[in-house]
Design a protein around this ligand. Sequence first.
Ligand code: NAD
Ligand code: IPM
Ligand code: MN
Length: 351
Amino acid sequence: MTYDIATIPGDGIGRTVVDATLPVLRAAGDAYGFEIDVTEHDWGTERYRERGAMMPDDALEQLAPRDAILLGAVGHPDVPDHVTLHGLLLPIRKSFNQYVCKRPTVLYEGVESPLRGYEGGDIDFVVYRENTEGEYADVGGREHEGFDNDVAIQSALFTREGVERIVRQAFQAASERRGHLTNVTKSNAQAYGMVLWDDVVEEVATEFPDVTVERLLVDAASMDLVRRPEAFDVIVASNLFGDILTDIGAVVSGSMGLAPSANINPEGEYPSLFEPVHGSAPDIVGREIANPLATVLSGAMLLEDLGETAAAAGVRDAVRSQLADPDAPRTPDLGGEASTFAVARDVERRL
Ligand code: NAD
Ligand code: IPM
Ligand code: MN
C-alpha cells in the first residue's frame, strides 16, 4: 500500500519539524508494511514575498486528490499574520470542510508539568474544536481605515448544522472514552450564537444518555484547566475558544512542543490536515532546537486517519518510551540540550 501525502512545511520552525518527522513516518511504514509518497509544497511567506500569494491559485486542486496533508506552521514576523494565515492555512480548513479540529492533551510519564503535584497520566483529555465557522467566519469589514472614524465589524457565525456536527463528534468521542463531556461557551455574555450552541448540546445529549455533560463558561474553563485538568475528558468548544484552550492544555501538559492537532473532514470528501498546535516560533527559528514531537504525534494522527492504526500506536509508543527514558535526548523546552533531529532519530530507533 502506498499513501500519497502532501507536505506544506511553511514558515519558521515549520520546515524543521516536518523534515524531522517524515523519516519517522517512513520508518513506521517500513515496520508496518506501507509506503508514503511525499509531495512537498513550498508555499508560505517566502513565496508570498516573491510572487504575491502564499499558495498558487490551483492549490486546493493540487491538494484535493492526496490522502492526507502534513503542515508545519505558517507566519512570519515581517508580514501581518492575518495576511499569511488567510492566504494559506485557514482557507484549507474551510474549503476542505475540516470541521473537526481534534487536539489531544496528555501529560506523559517523564514530562514535568508546571502544575505542582501532577505526574504522567494525570492529565488526559481531548478538545473538539469547531473548525469552519464561529468567530473565525470571514464576516465583517473595515471602513475609513486610517482616519479618525475608522470602524471595524467582525461577526461570529453559528449555524445549527455547523454546531450539531462538531457536538455530535465530541459526544461520540466521549462515549468511547471516559463518558464525560464539557461544553465550553460564553452564553452569559453572547446571547445569540453561544445560546444556539448550548441548545444544540442539550438536544444532542439525549442521543448519548451514557455521557455526563458539564457546562462551563470559557473564563471558568480556563481556570479549571489550570486548577483541575484531571477532571476533563472531552471538551467541545467554538473555533476561538478551542484555539485558546488548547494552548493552555499544551502548556499544562509540559510544552507547546508536544501538542498535536488534526483538522478532519470526517466524511472523507477531502483530505484531512495534520499539524502541531504551535506556530512558527520566530523566537527559536534557525537553531534546530524546536521540539519535533508535536509534529511526530500529529503524524501518528495522520496514520490513524489513513487506517494504519497499529503504525499510529507504534509511533505514539515510541514517543512515550522516549519521554519516559531519563537518558533519552530532549529539546530545551523539556529541559534538555538535544537538537530537533536527534530527538526525531531517537523516536525512529525506538519504533
Ligand atoms: P508559537 O506557537 O509559534 O510560539 C509560542 C511559544 O512556544 C514560543 O516561545 C515558542 O518558542 C514556543 N514553541 C512553539 N513551538 C515549539 C516547539 N516545537 N518546540 C519548542 N518550543 C516551541 O506562537 P506565537 O509566537 O504566538 O506565533 C508565532 C507565529 O506563528 C505567528 O505568526 C502566528 O500567527 C503563527 N501561528 C501559526 C500556527 C499554525 O500555522 N498552525 C499556529 C500558531 C501560531
Ligand atoms: C492554531 C493557530 C491558528 C488558529 C492561527 C494561526 C490562525 O493558532 O491552529 O491553533 O487560530 O486556528
Ligand atoms: Mn492556536
